[in-house]
Design a protein around this ligand. Structure first.
Ligand code: ZN
Length: 139
């Protein structure tokens, strides 16, 4: 006869399933917003050049700065959930269609980092972007 699961084991497996589901959802959405070329570029970006400046659930704000390497200026990404705005400036983002919800490699990278550190928050923003029309500002 099998040993019944202890509560602790049950709880652990519950959390494991839960985080697997969250991770799967995040990966699915990121795949939707990117293509092979963008993912290739994303792989070349280093975690250490991304700095999470603000993550505010209440205000629906996600803000990140990116070291200037590869940019002619310091770049940032601002996602404003309440006003449905993504503000970011880079050549990739500029050339992508504003309505097509295609992310540049920096946006993908930001969410990959967030997926490691704050998966629930990452999904909170990604899901909202997937169901609402966000305006893109090149700032
Ligand atoms: Zn970018």
């Amino acid at each position: 006869m099998e040993e019944p699961l202890s509560f602790l084991d049950w709880e652990l497996s519950f959390h494991e399933d839960y985080s697997k589901t969250i991770n799967a959802k995040i990966s699915q959405l990121l795949k939707k917003y990117s293509d092979k070329k963008t993912l290739y570029k994303t792989a070349g970006l280093s975690d250490s050049s991304f700095h999470l400046e603000r993550l505010d659930f209440q205000q629906g704000i996600l803000e990140c700065s990116i070291d200037s390497k590869g940019f002619s200026h310091t770049s940032k990404i601002l996602i404003d959930r309440n006003n449905k705005v993504i503000s970011h400036r880079c050549d990739e983002f500029k050339s992508s269609n504003r309505n097509s919800k295609s992310f540049c490699s920096h946006l993908i990278k930001l969410f990959l980092i967030l997926q490691e550190e704050e998966p629930i928050e990452a999904l909170y923003f990604l899901e909202d972007i997937s169901v609402n029309d966000y305006e893109s500002f090149l700032e």
